[in-house]
Design a binder for this molecule. Structure first.
Ligand code: PGU
Length: 428
């Protein structure tokens, strides 16, 4: 926009919010065209919870682990790693791709401790801003180097997946995943969608503990999915935000990825330590892409760094130090594995408690899915209207798709929660 010097100075002089005439055009403040953004369907729930003054309030919205007193947890292995780090590390920039030690340990969790791909240096990997950052970096990379591609996303999925690929300008398609009546996997439709997608399509898969449904394919089903991907030459991008939360054992939870690797797929993978190390706010994760050979991996990594450089230059150092200190020390790693199991087991216990409480209250609805589903979430089947009643009448906060974060359920609130759910569901 061309403004004369005098007019421009005049506009600045009147300050923000000034309205002045430019020819026959009227201009108000710089951002008068900005409407408030829609509330985030997950993080908006936390905002509403925090604003509620009721002593009864319960937050089963965000997927963040709480102890049985409803308090956030810092793992003992993390506390110990921090004690070891304290005072003896500098705070220099990490390389653009992040800490090499961190990446080395992180790849072992996804690809296996003895992975030939790690030994052969075939994996292009960069430290990322947790799982979200890893997904976004991949989406940008996909857009840049496969500009005509689309991404197939399961229905339903974590709501932010849609935002991530939208902002990266990758067109989205969906594939069947959940079967609302059975509250399980719609395997037949999933396979049909895989078969019907154009050859060489990109698919987003949840590696384990699917969010929000808590429904994962069985090992046999994963094998079939992998086989069909091979036939169709599809690309599998695994989002693994909950490694350890499905079975209590991170190694077991990498099963789907290992099946794809055994079948010779060149996969992509987003890893996050938000949940399984409780490092939510540290924003620590990893993006990896398995390549044909070391040369290709070097090129791909350099391009991932090139995408990161103008966005945030290089990733933060503290979380990487914590993770590599834990995973690099056999004793601390063992402690971590025990603590992951404790978290997973507490959630399983709360599933049983919630189901039993509902049944004791005389609910005639089927609630087996609460204990059949796995990971952090229960996809309850409640309608948005029923969820709204939970919030307005009982101060219970959760996402409107009926997802209950079981990580927020405790011995203290499970009875209250069950009673409220019974109240809003008994009339159908
Ligand atoms: N991928 C999936 C499937 C997730 O559920 C989440 C977090 C992430 C990635 C990203 O987690 P990072 O913290 O970036 O590693 N989902 C949680 C947390 C709240 C949110 O929406 O970010 C949730 O409640 O669904």
């Amino acid at each position: 926009m061309a403004l004369s010097g005098a007019l421009f100075r005049g506009a600045v002089g009147r300050g923000v919010g000034a309205v002045f005439l430019l020819g026959n055009r009227s201009m108000s403040s710089w951002w008068s065209n900005v409407e408030p953004a829609a509330k985030d369907p997950i993080l908006g729930v936390t905002e509403a919870f925090l604003a509620d003054q009721s002593p009864d309030k319960v937050n089963v919205g965000v997927g963040a682990y709480r102890d049985d007193n409803g308090k956030p947890v810092v793992l003992e292995c993390v506390r110990e790693a921090e004690r070891r780090i304290a005072g003896n590390q500098n705070m220099e920039y990490l390389p653009m791709g992040g800490s090499l030690k961190f990446i080395e340990e992180t790849l072992k969790l996804a690809y296996g401790g003895n992975s030939e791909f790690i030994k052969d240096r075939r994996i292009a990997a960069v430290q990322a801003l947790s799982g979200t950052g890893a997904c976004r970096l991949f989406a940008d990379f996909q857009r840049r180097f496969q500009p005509d591609s689309q991404i197939y996303i399961p229905v339903p999925t974590w709501s932010n997946h849609h935002n991530i690929w939208r902002d990266a300008q990758v067109p989205q398609r969906t594939f069947h995943y959940y079967h609302p009546e059975s509250k399980g996997l719609d395997f037949a439709s999933l396979i049909d969608d895989v078969k019907n997608a154009p050859n060489g399509s990109f698919f987003l898969l949840h590696a384990c503990a699917h969010n929000p449904t808590g429904v994962d394919p069985s090992e046999e089903q994963w094998k079939e999915i992998s086989y069909q991907f091979k036939v169709k030459n599809h690309f599998a991008f695994f989002d693994m935000a909950y490694q350890g939360f499905a079975s209590g054992d991170p190694e077991k939870d990498a099963k789907a990825i290992r099946i794809f690797l055994d079948d010779g797929h060149l996969i992509g993978c987003a890893q996050s330590y938000a949940k399984n190390m409780g490092l939510y706010g540290q924003r620590i994760g990893c993006l990896s892409i398995l390549c044909e050979d070391e040369l290709q991996a070097v090129a791909v990594k350099s391009q991932l760094q090139q995408i990161a450089r103008p966005m945030y230059s290089n990733p933060p150092v503290h979380g990487a130090l914590v993770v590599s200190t834990i995973l690099g020390d056999p004793e601390l790693k063992n402690l971590w594995l025990q603590e992951v199991k404790v978290m997973a087991d507490r959630i399983i216990g709360m599933r049983t408690a919630l189901r039993e409480s509902l049944e004791k209250l005389g609910s005639t609805l089927p609630w087996e899915h609460i204990t059949n589903q796995i990971g952090m979430f229960c996809f309850s089947g409640m309608t948005p209207q029923q969820v709204d009643r939970l919030t307005s009448e009982f101060h219970i906060y959760m996402t409107r798709n009926g997802r209950i974060s079981m990580a927020g359920v405790t011995t203290g609130n499970v009875g209250y929660l069950a009673n409220a759910i019974h109240e809003v569901t008994k009339s159908g």
